[in-house]
Structures are given as C-alpha cells and as structure tokens.
Design a protein around this ligand. Structure first.
Ligand code: URA
Length: 240
C-alpha cells in the first residue's frame, strides 16, 4: 500500500459516482468488486491510479474528471424519469447503484431502446440541443396503408406538425410495416406524430442508436458503461 491509497468510498464519491454512504451500502450488498475480488471490508483502501473497480459487473473509472456515461436498454412500460408519483416503474428501478446519473432525453412510456445516462448536465444539454443535430435512429412498426414514395419524400423533407415544421430527416422502408427513421431533433412523441400525419399508427417504436452509440445486443433492462472510444466519439459529435 502506498501513501496515495484512499478509501474506496472516498474515491468513488470523489469521482462523482455516488455518495460515500451509498458506496458503503453497495459494499454491504456485495455489489463491488476490486481487482477481481469481491469487497467485504468497508475501510478498503485502493490506489486510484491502478485499480479496477466494478459495480454490478460495470467497470467504473475516473476517466475525464468523473464523467460517467451508460447505455441502458429501456423496456416498455417504464418511465424515462427517476421518480413517479403514481408508483409506475422508472429508470431508478434499474439503476439503483448509480444514484447520481440522469437520462439524456426521454423515450415515451411504451417506447423501448437506447437511453444514455450521465452525471454531467452540460454534456446532456449539448447532446439534446438542436444546434448539434445529434442523430437518433428509430425502428418503427406501424399499422395502416404503407407510405407511398411521395409520402416518404415529404416525411423526410419536413412536415407541418402543431409545433412547427419538422427538420429534414431520413426514412427507409425496412419490411412490411416497418421503417427506419433517423431524426436530428427530438420533440415530444415526434416519430409517432410524424406517422400520424399520414394516418399511420405506430404500434411499436425502438430507439436503436443515439449519435454514434448503438443499442446493439444489450438485453432489455440492462445497463453498460460506454467504452472510452464511444465516449470520445460521442463528445466529438458535439464539438464544433
Ligand atoms: N418519438 C416518439 O414518438 N416517441 C419516442 O419515445 C421517441 C421519439
């Protein structure tokens, strides 16, 4: 042990991961592994420069002054918020061990797919700001008469919704009643309202990517840390 070694709870709270008390709870619950060994001792000291810490199997790092970004696969019937006065399931039910992160934007209650979570408000604001035109890709299954070629062109060029003209987007026919849509803005219920404009009802909607981050095969209800490369790509996508 060197003089630089500090208590695990202090280290994780200094990284902005969780309060010391919360880290102590996580240790009691047997959810933290350090250098491959389950932590059982509250006062464990570690070397911040040379330690591998995992919480519920997700590696936690101090990378970029405490910046944490996670990808979460939102199941249906889960609110994209951290609490609900009516007792419905929220993101908090899945991320109890990450008390200081919040979602970057929202998906509807019934929409599934990729939600990014972070502990940095500034990054979240930029990723959501229309100025940066971060692409969000959706896979929509709809009911109703398939869109004609002309309607697809109109859809992609911009249509007038009650909150104004939509920005140019991309739409591709995938199969039967399914379309891939890529938006560069993020208004409330936008994909559903755009199909509704053509009298089509969205039966299921999945967000498959957010900027350069892909949902991939992350199982529903599961969380993973972004890799350093993904974090770099994401932050580069909002640098001007
Ligand atoms: N568009 C929608 O209609 N719903 C979502 O959840 C996301 C985009």
């Amino acid at each position: 042990m060197t003089e630089e070694n500090i208590r695990l709870s202090k280290l994780l709270s200094s990284w902005g991961f969780a309060s010391r008390r919360k880290v102590e709870e996580l240790i009691s619950e047997g959810r933290i592994v350090v250098d491959g060994i389950l932590v059982e001792e509250q006062g464990l000291k570690v070397d911040p420069a040379n330690v591998k810490i995992e919480v519920d199997g997700n590696e936690i790092s101090s990378d970029k002054a405490g910046l944490q970004i996670f990808a979460f696969h939102k199941p249906p019937n889960v609110l994209s918020s951290l609490k609900d006065d009516f007792g419905r399931k929220t993101l908090s039910d899945f991320i109890k061990h990450l008390p200081r992160v919040f979602p970057i934007g929202r998906l509807d209650y019934d929409t599934t797919g990729l939600i990014l979570l972070t502990n940095q408000g500034e990054l979240a604001n930029k990723l959501l700001h229309p100025r940066y035109k971060v692409e969000k890709e959706y896979f929509a299954t709809v009911s109703g008469k398939p869109l004609t070629k002309e309607e697809m062109i109109r859809f992609s060029q911009g249509i007038e919704l009650e909150d104004g003209l939509t920005a140019p987007c991309t739409i591709k026919f995938v199969k039967e009643n399914s379309y891939q849509v890529v938006l560069r803005e993020g208004r409330k219920r936008q994909v559903k309202r755009m199909f509704q404009f053509f009298y089509l009802r969205v039966e299921s909607l999945v967000r498959t990517s957010f900027g350069p981050i892909h949902l991939g095969n992350l199982p529903e209800g599961k969380l993973r840390s972004l890799t350093d490369k993904e974090i770099r790509n994401l932050t580069n996508s909002i640098s001007v």
